[in-house]
Design a protein around this ligand. Structure first.
Ligand SMILES: Nc1ncnc2c1ncn2[C@@H]1O[C@H](COP(=O)(O)O)[C@@H](OP(=O)(O)O)[C@H]1O
Ligand SMILES: [Mg+2]
Length: 294
């Protein structure tokens, strides 16, 4: 543990914050800048530690990226609240009645950064895999509009690619039948797919495309490598906030699997299911989901 702490502090201690000049002022460009910086730190951690001890690599990556995001947000957006997967009480659902911890600042804030320092932690620790990501999203509440995600960035450092709302990607084209055989490609978790997803795929005549990281799967829908991403059975706000912000900015459909809206900065950060797909596919997919949801 001591060695891990030393490694992460050396790679991305708070003293490193701000190196490389001032970040962009516009939130969406700042989100991209921040996700890219954390991504570079993760590449360094991977290069320096190697893959011999996967558990230590996961812990060091999570910590290094979290510390960098925390330090940079404290420096450049000091008035904003933060919800990060790696915070001690991040998973605790806060309620007036039970009050297990003090009310988190984010519940009274107008601007909350929802970050996943390393999404696809398992894949990060596996040699040769590039399906892991850094998520940085901004949730905003003000009197002019209902609270919503106003910026998001998904850095996929091992793929040399970052998608962000400052330059929303083009809407994915309809896939050519010659490329897909006419079947829908559904991205799903390679390790924890929803129990019903095989039956759902059979019902739709769809092909399942297993991959790691919620961010990478939503990026696959944005890039047109998959037609949909379906997840159920457990996840948290930070797993989807940033990629959902980009998907929505691109014009894609993103909702809970029952079709209801995805809502963020809730007292309980659990957000266990979602579906992201092209708009033309949404009615058919949501109808099929109704038939297969437990
Ligand atoms: N059943 C479940 N319960 C809680 N979190 C889950 C989950 N299934 C997937 N996730 C989280 O969703 C992210 C993407 O998962 P997957 O790669 O399996 O699709 C991972 O985030 P982290 O890597 O940040 O922990 C993973 O922990
Ligand atoms: Mg995650």
């Amino acid at each position: 543990m001591g060695e891990q702490t030393k490694t992460s502090a050396r790679i991305a201690g708070p003293r490193d914050a701000g190196e490389g000049g001032s970040p962009p002022v516009i939130d969406a460009a700042f989100a991209r800048w921040l996700a890219d910086r954390a991504g570079q730190v993760l590449l360094q951690v991977r290069a320096e530690m190697g893959h011999a001890d996967g558990k230590a690599l996961k812990a060091a990556g999570d910590r290094a990226a979290h510390e960098l995001l925390r330090a940079e947000l404290a420096r450049w957006r000091p008035a904003d609240a933060v919800l990060s997967e790696e915070d001690e009480h991040a998973r605790v659902a806060w309620s007036e009645d039970e009050a297990p911890v003090s009310r988190p600042d984010r519940l009274g804030a107008n601007r909350v950064w929802i970050v996943d320092p390393l999404d696809g932690t398992r894949e990060f620790s596996e040699e040769g895999r590039d399906d892991w990501a850094v998520h940085v999203a901004l949730w905003t509440a003000d009197s002019s509009a209902p609270a919503h995600l106003t910026a998001g960035a998904v850095a996929m450092p091992a793929r040399h690619c970052t998608l962000a709302t400052d330059q929303p990607p083009a809407y994915p084209p309809m896939p050519l039948e010659s490329a897909t055989g006419g079947s829908i490609r559904i991205a799903a978790s390679r390790t924890r797919p929803p129990a019903f997803v095989t039956a759902l795929a059979e019902d739709l005549g769809a092909e399942l495309v297993p991959m790691g990281s919620a961010g990478v799967k939503i990026a696959a829908v944005i890039n047109g490598e998959a037609d949909a991403y379906v997840h159920a059975g457990g996840q948290y706000e930070w797993d989807s906030a940033a990629p959902v912000a980009v998907a929505l900015a691109t014009g894609l459909h993103a909702s809970r699997v029952d079709g209801s809206p995805l809502t963020y900065n809730q007292a309980d950060p659990s957000l266990p299911d979602l579906v992201v797909c092209r708009k033309d596919l949404a009615p058919r997919l949501l109808a099929a989901l109704q038939r297969h949801l437990p």
